[in-house]
Design a protein around this ligand. Structure first.
Ligand code: NDP
Length: 482
């Protein structure tokens, strides 16, 4: 095949791509050397703002296949038995910057975009079923404790533990973070959870609350803190190497998709709030129902275009799937799409990796980088309602039953009357001796650098989870400090 002709971005041929245009062999560069100016200007603009959280990520494309009939719960076309849907997955660490080492102990993001025939459905979850906060008002504060101190520009154990000692709702998630599962060996060897409660809506308009789970078929594998330090000493890109390499070799990783369901009546009677992101739904009461699996089988052609610019948002639901009163979900519906408008621009959903694979018709107009023209599909239909023939119209298929909400508006204390200890205790108690001992020593190591008064305050909460838990951390701290 003949080589292609090198051109400027305006399409004109380039005669020399090696030498600047100068006044004589020793002279200065001419202002008219637009090729040089353009090259340098493009380089200055190669980076876009990194994500404030989940900056370091790894992703691949694949396919979701539904194998069971759950039409009694949902009319979502992508969740009908036998349907396959193309998808994108992006895994990430939460706290580290875009250049952070992959194998650090951290929660992992587990974001999925399903390109369904009724629009994109995004599940923007983690490798944990719960999170550190139950009220999104605390999210910026919490994240500040995970990032760098404004003066030292270093991560700060005192900030983390001070915040957690005053936010006992976080300790369930902290327990998972400090357990074996807090340091998965590769992205393939961990589960994913939708974490929030969502709605499934069936043909008859009946709503069922749902949680989504994705169980690794590769088996769980984790690194200890020491193994993780050794791994990072060898490579900072352990996850990228593992995910890219595995898929490149044709060994496609898979996850089993499961749901837990709860009727509206069950939700009213549940002893805990089913919409509290710091709580799981116990398996014994709400069993996991297997509904299908997904496989990752294609690496991106261009990391920046397809992974760095991938924009996942919990606001992306499709007919048959809806939101819930989970207040962290409600805030993320706004904040994720808002982050994408800031990072990628107004029309981020028109970028190829984010664009739905079904027809898109809307009445938004203009804006930076609008290369699509009028997306109503008709130049006369640029307002609505209109009487223009063939213009986009509403479709009641997307109508949802009313959300059952009630109550007086106030700033209720979310820390009052909430049991922050029972589920963390259940997790602690199901671990074997080896897992518990690593939980204690990982926690003690993470506490290094925090003030003793802060540690004492947080240990008071650990004692309430389980005296054995608090004492285990104390013993591990004593061993660490000689
Ligand atoms: P179960 O005994 O039925 O479930 C325990 C679950 O804990 C397992 O199925 C497994 O989840 C998960 N698990 C095991 N080891 C770890 C670990 N080191 N870190 C994190 N998760 C682990 O009891 P319950 O459903 O009553 O849950 C008990 C506790 O287990 C909960 O309080 C919660 O902390 C934790 N858990 C519960 C989940 C749920 O959805 N009910 C999900 C994950 C954790 P999996 O099957 O997802 O691999």
């Amino acid at each position: 095949m003949a080589d292609k002709r090198l051109t400027t971005t305006a399409g004109a041929p380039i005669a020399d791509n090696q030498n600047s245009q100068t006044a004589g062999p020793r002279g200065p560069i001419l202002m008219q050397d637009y090729q040089l100016l353009e090259k340098l200007a493009h380089q200055n603009r190669e980076r876009i703002p990194e994500r404030v959280v989940h900056a370091k990520g790894w992703g691949a494309f694949g396919t979701l296949k539904i194998t069971e009939d759950i039409s009694q719960y949902t009319k979502a076309s992508a969740l009908q038995k036998g349907v396959t849907t193309p998808m994108l997955a992006r895994f990430s660490t939460v706290a580290g910057e875009a250049g952070a080492a992959d194998n650090e102990r951290d929660v992992r993001g587990f974001s999925l975009k399903f390109y369904t025939d009724e629009g994109n459905w995004d599940l923007v979850g983690n490798n944990t079923p719960v999170f550190f906060i139950r009220d999104p008002y605390k999210f910026p504060d919490f994240i500040h404790t995970q990032k760098r101190h404004p003066k030292t520009n270093l991560r700060n154990a005192e900030a983390m533990w001070d915040y957690w000692s005053l936010s006992p709702e976080a300790l369930h998630q902290v327990t998972i973070l400090m357990s074996d599962r807090g340091c998965p060996t590769t992205p393939m060897q961990m589960n994913g959870y939708g974490s929030h409660t969502f709605s499934l809506i069936n043909d008859a308009g009946v709503r069922t609350w749902v949680k989504f789970h994705f169980k690794t078929q590769q088996g769980h594998a984790h690194l200890t803190n020491q193994q993780s330090a050794e791994k990072i000493g060898q490579t900072r890109e352990g996850y990228q190497e593992a995910l890219y390499g595995t898929i490149d070799s044709g060994d496609f990783p898979k996850w089993t998709m499961q749901i837990q369901v709860m009727t509206e009546e069950q939700a009213q009677q549940a002893p805990f709030s089913p919409f509290d992101l710091t709580k799981v739904w116990p398996h014994a009461d709400y069993p996991c129902i297997t509904i299908g699996e997904f496989e990752l089988n294609r690496n991106p052609e261009n990391y920046f275009a397809e992974i760095e610019q991938a924009a996942f948002s919990p606001s992306n639901v499709v007919p048959g799937i809806g939101f819930s009163p989970d207040r962290v979900l409600q805030a993320r519906i706004f904040s994720y799409a808002d982050a994408h408008r800031y990072r990628l621009g107004t029309h981020y959903e028109a970028l190829p990796v984010n664009a739905p694979k079904c027809p898109v018709h809307h009445y938004h107009k203009d804006g930076q980088m609008n290369f699509m023209g009028q997306q109503s599909g008709n130049v006369d239909a640029y307002y609505e309602p209109n009487s223009v023939e063939g213009a986009p119209r509403e479709d009641k298929i997307a109508a949802e039953p009313p959300l059952p909400l009630s109550g007086d508006a106030d700033r209720y204390n979310h820390r009052e009357g909430n049991d922050d200890y029972t589920q963390a205790r259940a997790l602690h108690d199901l671990m074997d001796d080896g897992q518990r001992s690593r939980l204690y020593s990982n926690t003690a190591e993470a506490m290094q650098g925090a003030k003793d008064t802060t540690i004492e305050r947080v240990l008071g909460h650990y004692d309430k989870i389980s005296q054995a838990y608090g004492d285990g951390i104390r013993a591990a701290r004593a061993a660490l400090n000689g």
